[in-house]
Design a protein around this ligand. Structure first.
Ligand code: MN
Length: 284
């Protein structure tokens, strides 16, 4: 029997009595299965990468306080010490919007590594803070399971009622208005600064919540289609009560958010475009 050099080398490792046709068949089946798995992307759920198309703002990976979680519905950097995300990033276009009802099933995120504390919705009870969504429930209504994913506690941060239910919420609604006009948005929302600790100290409320939304004229146009004139809406809201009611009162630049957080947003864009859009203030 003639074998290709690599296979022959491999077979040298296999004792003679196992070199029958059955063993080779099993090896071929295992190989085919491995190839199939890598081609269908079993590791990363379908669509997950769309949420990081504009970049990974903190180079999140395996570090416990900058731990990357990729889900079909959004991608996030989790901070084990804070008990919240650092940021969550998601694509928003008409394909994500449908008729699914709000599932309201707040629950621990069991996809965190074994042995890590799971934040529970009870950790927020009596704290004075809302369970504030980073990816809004209403941005994920294509299916009940998509909507349910927004209620994982890794997508939730302690937000003051005035922040969660005021300017923050109004900008969320405005984003969906843009989508209904045919736009596609790449949104990153996150936290910085340390406020009160709640849930027996397991969760740190942020002192600020921020969001940056890149608005593109049509879905799936690709990075090269983003021009210097692309609209970016960025806000930074102090996480307290006694706030102004309009999101326009909290407009900042992406450069401001990058200075406050140390992250690099939209880093996958061509440098000239990135520079231009990050220093421009949206007019609201
Ligand atoms: Mn940037």
């Amino acid at each position: 029997m003639q074998h290709r050099p690599q296979l022959r080398q491999f077979l040298r490792l296999v004792p003679h009595k196992y070199r029958g046709p059955a063993s080779i068949a099993i090896a071929l089946i295992a190989g085919a299965f491995y190839l199939f798995q890598s081609c269908t992307g079993t590791q990363i759920p379908d669509g997950g990468s769309a949420h990081l198309r504009m970049g990974n703002p903190s180079q999140a990976g395996s570090a416990p306080d900058n731990y990357l979680l990729e889900k079909p519905q959004y991608a996030l950097s989790y901070n084990r010490s804070l008990g919240t995300a650092n940021w969550v990033s998601w694509q928003l276009n008409a394909s994500w919007l449908g008729e699914a009802e709000r599932q309201d099933d707040f629950r621990p995120d069991e996809s965190l590594p074994a042995g890590w504390e799971r934040i529970r919705h009870g950790d927020y009870m009596g704290s004075g803070y809302d369970r504030g969504h980073l990816t809004p429930s209403a941005d994920r209504t294509r299916s009940a399971s998509d909507n349910s994913a927004t209620f994982l506690m890794t997508n939730i941060v302690p937000q003051t009622p005035e922040n969660n239910r005021g300017a923050w919420k109004d900008l969320e609604a405005y984003a969906r208005d843009l989508v209904r006009q045919g736009k596609e948005l790449y949104v990153v929302a996150g936290v910085y600064g340390k406020g009160k600790r709640i849930g027996d100290g397991k969760v740190t409320a942020p002192s600020h919540t921020w969001k940056a939304m890149l608005v593109l004229d049509r879905p799936n146009a690709g990075l090269d289609s983003v021009s210097d004139n692309a609209r970016v809406i960025a806000i930074d809201i102090p996480n307290r009560n006694n706030l102004k009611s309009d999101w326009q009162d909290y407009i900042v630049t992406v450069d401001d958010i990058e200075a406050s957080t140390g992250y690099d947003l939209f880093s996958n864009l061509p440098d000239g475009v990135e520079t231009a859009i990050e220093r421009r203030r949206d007019r609201g």
